[in-house]
Write a protein that binds this ligand. Structure first.
Ligand SMILES: O=c1ccn([C@@H]2O[C@H](COP(=O)(O)OP(=O)(O)O[C@H]3O[C@H](CO)[C@@H](O)[C@H](O)[C@H]3O)[C@@H](O)[C@H]2O)c(=O)[nH]1
Length: 466
């Protein structure tokens, strides 16, 4: 007979890879602590989730159907399937239709032998708060972002310092906050760099933000040694909630296991590149839309840099520019399907990461001791890039200069120059040393007795007494 669990946690991730993956990693960590985890998701997301958690016996999947909504492409249940990020708002609003089925399943779980001690749900699923309140279950919110970028975003939202400066290059003053770098409006993500909060996206952020502020706690994929100094300021935007830094969440799976457990053609190719730190890895995450003209520049820039590369990306339209295929043969791999980024980053031959600075990629890169060539594109990535380059010294910034029509394009020359400096220059060497030092601290944080491991135990202990 199966042993009944004492503790049960419900996790409801937002249907976007960058938001789901860290919560699946948290599920694995909880499972290792013999805690039962129920992951709530929709059928279209269930397969990839169940593959990811397959070997974890205490993690269960609960499916609720994704609603059919006018204007959203049929069968689209994950932001990575959206034709463009313009559909994000509509997609997020559609998830509100999941309220009733979620309430029903939560009620059923509460009536079971192991009622859940909490629900951990994404910021964009703010409507889960009232369901939890109605049923008396503490809700913890998960943003997917780091502490510093969340603290800045909240401060900008509340104090609006960008409306009080004369130029976009004037330093912003965030009342009560000690920034590790100079911040200007030019650095702000588009979502918060707004004149008013009247547009539909701002309304959605405001609504989710109210639920956020009233949550029991915040689960953060970061570690105290990296961002601990910003926690009190961040927590000041909540009604008593504590921010629990439990990351890097993916490191709860041992780095050595990641290194060993893969034998794809791509990993084989990386193993054949015998010079350590010689390959540049390139990825712009799962959400940014990159134009075909820009992808051409990336291809030429990487080729001209002379460094071997692995470039993983998604595009339905882009084809290799004429003549380049022959030139990159044997020197670079272009991968159009999902590749296991974490395993790629821990190969000995990989020496740097040209990245959009999504928070997961930032954590994965520093945990592997790799410096970043920062090329922020959307969301809070510009703030992550500032932290990595100006705050931590673990990366360099790619130069943006050339205009192509109305869009700012990073030229092939800038990419080539950035890659060469990161992989072979002195600034790159210094950034690598910083990244390697951070990797040691990150790994320690999740080990037995480390700060994140300790926070996980304390958080569960407190929830058990609620
Ligand atoms: O082929 C691929 C593509 C992605 N990944 C993984 O997918 C995740 C991607 O996450 P991230 O690097 O954070 O990029 P996005 O998915 O673009 O991230 C979104 O979500 C993040 C967390 O909230 C935000 O920081 C970003 O700004 C937002 O774009 C990482 O774990 C990658 O390792 C792979 O393993 N293989």
């Amino acid at each position: 007979m199966a042993t009944p669990f004492e503790t049960h946690v419900v996790i409801f991730p937002f249907m976007a890879q960058g938001h789901t993956l860290p919560l699946l990693d948290l599920s694995k960590a909880l499972s290792r602590h013999h805690i039962k985890v129920s992951i709530v998701t929709t059928p279209g997301n269930a397969k990839s989730i169940s593959n990811y958690i397959a070997s974890y016996p205490h993690v269960y999947l609960i499916e609720i159907p994704f609603p059919t909504v006018d204007g959203l492409p049929k069968g689209c249940e994950n932001t990575s399937q959206l034709p463009s990020m313009e559909f994000h708002l509509q997609f997020t609003n559609a998830t509100k239709e999941l309220r009733k089925p979620f309430q029903n399943i939560l009620q059923t779980m509460l009536d079971s032998e192991t009622p859940p001690i909490c629900v951990i749900s994404d910021f964009f699923l703010g409507w889960t708060l009232t369901v939890c309140q109605a049923l008396g279950v503490p809700r913890l919110v998960f943003h997917g972002m780091g502490v510093l970028s969340m603290a800045i975003s909240k401060s900008i939202w509340v104090h609006q310092p960008h409306l009080k400066v004369n130029s976009v290059f004037d330093p912003l003053h965030l009342p009560g906050m000690k920034l590790p770098f100079t911040l200007t409006s030019a650095d702000l993500p588009e979502t918060i760099n707004v004149q008013s909060h009247d547009d539909p996206l701002s309304k959605l952020i405001e609504e989710a933000g109210e639920a956020d502020a009233s949550s029991w706690g915040v689960v953060v994929n970061s570690f105290e040694e990296l961002e601990g100094s910003h926690i009190p300021y961040f927590e000041s935007f909540y009604s008593g909630a504590k921010a629990w830094c439990l990351g890097p969440l993916f490191l709860h799976e041992k780095m050595e296991d990641l290194e060993k457990s893969h034998s794809s053609m791509l990993i084989q190719w990386l193993t054949e590149q015998i010079t350590p730190d010689s390959v540049i890895y390139v990825s712009f995450g799962t959400q940014a839309d990159v134009s075909d003209a820009q992808l051409d520049e990336v291809a030429f820039g990487l080729e001209e840099s002379g460094f071997p590369f692995v470039w993983v990306f998604r595009s339905r339209t882009w084809t290799l520019p004429g003549g380049i295929e022959e030139k990159i043969k044997g020197k670079g791999l272009i991968v159009r399907e999902w590749a296991d980024q974490r395993r790629i980053l821990c190969q000995r031959s990989v020496g740097g990461f040209l990245s959009h600075c999504g928070w997961n990629s930032v954590l994965e890169s520093i945990s592997a001791g790799l410096p970043i060539l920062a090329w922020p594109m959307i969301a809070e990535q510009s703030l992550n890039a500032k932290l990595i380059v100006d705050g931590l010294g673990a990366g360099l910034r790619v130069k943006r200069e050339q205009k192509c029509g109305s869009a700012v394009v990073v030229s092939r020359e800038a990419i080539c120059e950035g890659v060469r400096e990161l992989m072979g220059g002195e600034k790159g060497r210094n950034a690598r040393e910083r990244a390697q030092a951070l990797a040691r601290v990150a790994r320690r944080a999740v080990e037995d007795g480390g700060s994140s491991d300790g926070n996980l135990s304390k958080m569960i202990a407190q929830l058990r007494t609620c």
